[in-house]
Design a protein around this ligand. Sequence first.
Ligand code: P70
Length: 472
Amino acid sequence: MTHHTPKTMGQQFGRRSWAEPWKIKMVERLRMTTREEREKALAEAGLNTFLLKSDEVYIDLLTDSGTSAMSDEQWAGMMLGDEAYAGSRNFYHLEEALRKYYGYKYVVPTHQGRGAEHLISQIAIKKGQYVPGNMYFTTTRLHQELAGGIFVDVILDEAHDPGSLHPFKGNIDLAKLEALIAREGAEKIAYVSLAGTVNMAGGQPVSMENVRELRALCDRHGIKLYLDATRMVENAFFIQEREEGYAKKSIAEILKEFCGFTDGAWMSAKKDNLVNIGGWLAVNDWTLFEELRNLVVVYEGLHTYGGLAGRDMEAMAIGIAESVEDAHIRSRIGQVRYLGELLTDWGIPIVQPVGGHAIFLNAREFYPQLKQVEFPAQTLAAELYLDSGIRSMERGIASAGRDAKTGDHYYPKLELTRLTIPRRVYTQAHMDVVAESVKAVFDARGTTRGLKMIYEPKYLRFFQARFERLAG
Ligand code: P70
């Protein structure tokens, strides 16, 4: 018998191991299912992972949104909720945290990110204006369009190429933006919509240099610059790691410097900020703030709670401070990267470089036999669930929706299936199980058939669409 020497993960990668800067105080038990149970559950869900019951899921990588584990201090904060209708002390704590870490002057809480997107879009976009941005995000673009705006993608070309190793694939292509301004005129631009670690591109970051130059460009033309700060803390990590001059700066310092180049931000606090529900808008301009806090009372709630309970705002204020700690973000992104390294090493096609919040499987390369209208990424999500009970999310043609003018599908270059890692929830052993399941599905890829959509809702169709397997 050959003797096998076990090695820690760090040893296998030729480095000292790191571990999470927390330990586990309470656990949530998981339910395992049989293949037969999963076949039945998936059929009932119309082959759409959004329609599965979470009890039918083993490892839930649908999203990192609202799925993080809160700390004991955040839970203790929940008991300090001041549920006054007006002027809750938790709002002032939240405002203080946002001023301290993001640096914006005025804050409007919202129930989640899209609540904030709705308000800023309604106020900052005039019908027919363009909204250039670094790749679309589903809810962001929809709110911009509902406000009469026309979204224009001005991200670097490299962002649409899953193989490009550009370190800042989230950057805005300033020449594309200049060309749009030259063609349409600055007054036709509502604002520039900049996102930190671009979700649909695979969690790819924006460099400090890019936002600095972008600011200068916007100033030359008198155009506002607003930030989708949803995963901006993760973006700060990549700047610290990859950009010259930032290795010795803290995540908190980098975050604040970056935000300082923008006029304001909207946020889904369910991601970086480590809460299960919440969002905010923050701006530096008083007049704009007055408009926003007036509109928030129409759609969300009074401007000192915006659809949240006092306790939610307290947990968010505490979560913000925890989220910018260097050790936290290093282990958070380190875990995502660990999964990415395994898959890369095994020759499984994923978006490179690995981004901040998720691994994006390149479904086109899994299934070259499928046309894009046969939903390769949706197919892959279904196969993964069947194999192991892991839930992932389609980020391809189903997510992209239809062109309102022509009625045809949008055909995004990227046809991806996202394995999104919740923060502080799963262990390295869970990542191993995930990696092995992805490999099993990859090895069986040759015989996999595609899907057709049999029910298509009007808005954000991917959430509720139903599919059927194509006959072989
Ligand atoms: C996800 C979630 C939400 C999100 C985001 C960025 C960069 C805004 C929002 C909206 C949830 C989701 C949303 C739509 C489709 C699928 C999934 N992203 N900006 O899983 O925030 O959800 O709080 O309203 O990523 O990526 P919210």
